[in-house]
Design a protein around this ligand. Sequence first.
Ligand SMILES: NC(=O)c1ccc[n+]([C@@H]2O[C@H](COP(=O)([O-])OP(=O)(O)OC[C@H]3O[C@@H](n4cnc5c(N)ncnc54)[C@H](OP(=O)(O)O)[C@@H]3O)[C@@H](O)[C@H]2O)c1
Length: 327
Amino acid sequence: MDYIANKNRYKTMPYNKCGKWGLKLPAISLGLWHNFGGIDNFENSREILHKAFDLGITHFDLANNYGPPPGSAEENFGKILKTDFKTYRDELVISSKAGYLMWDGPYGEWGSRKYLLASLDQSLKKMGLEYVDIFYSHRPDHNTPLEETMMALDQAVRSGKTLYVGISNYPADLAQEASKILKELGTPCLIHQPRYSMFERWIEDGLLNVLEEEGIGCIPYSPLAQGLLTDKYLDGIPEGSRATRGIFLKEEHVNSAHKKVVALNELAKKRGQSLAQMALAWVLKDKRITSVLIGASSARQIEDNVATLANLHFKEGELKSIEEILA
Ligand SMILES: NC(=O)c1ccc[n+]([C@@H]2O[C@H](COP(=O)([O-])OP(=O)(O)OC[C@H]3O[C@@H](n4cnc5c(N)ncnc54)[C@H](OP(=O)(O)O)[C@@H]3O)[C@@H](O)[C@H]2O)c1
């Protein structure tokens, strides 16, 4: 059956500016790193995207290598775009990235102009798009001059293949330098995509200040620590969860976080929220955060996570208790 988007989709989701720039992103965005690959259930992936858009999630984040197999998330997303979202392209912000290994040989990863621009062409082809909205350098490359990587991003904008550019996983000093180079080139940096959650807080030690000074947005990924900051692992590791795949989230991560997760879950209950909701609200409480970039393996998780928006406020005492649990 043809997909028709919910006509109330813009009623509750807040849309925040990326730093000082005009582009707004939904407070909650969806990433396609997991659950959209060739090995995954296509109809489930489709249902997740429908649910997300119906609830006001206008931003979908991809990368050249998402799958598995690498590249298949962009292919699947392209298929769904072509059928279900073809009339909604101008309501969507679609991003892709290049930086990690995508193809064999010396030009299939990192930050050279050769790799970034070829990868962007491949991503556009896989998704059936003329342009993406945001193209990222996925990780810094210490063996390529920053100028070269930034010149490739500038070129991507000038050739009309992306509207904006961003950087991901860049530490504070490199982010500042990248921003300076991009400004000089005339293609400012729109947004930074770092890992950030209650369990991983490195961006508080300098990066957030740099982004604020430079007027760059911030879209943290893995705000639920890949599912650790939910009620999913309270009683062990359920079948089908990311931790059972054991690649990016391992059993030892689940075990070592367990005590804190139990205490945080109790606190969330007192707030009348699920732990996932409290974890997302906690990331969004900093006004420098543009959007939280979640993943989901079901439409129900999208619903649970979007319901976070009903309570984004923290009392001083709650924040103090969270700090005590995390200490
Ligand atoms: N720039 C980078 O280097 C980089 C790196 C990683 C990710 N990212 C981006 O960030 C996106 C999100 O990353 P992530 O998937 O790690 O984010 P996450 O939101 O921390 O974790 C998502 C996982 O948490 C579980 N989950 C989500 N909502 C839940 C709920 N309400 N209740 C119980 N479990 C829930 C699901 O795990 P199950 O699958 O076990 O159900 C889901 O797959 C990626 O898709 C990608 O776009 C970027």
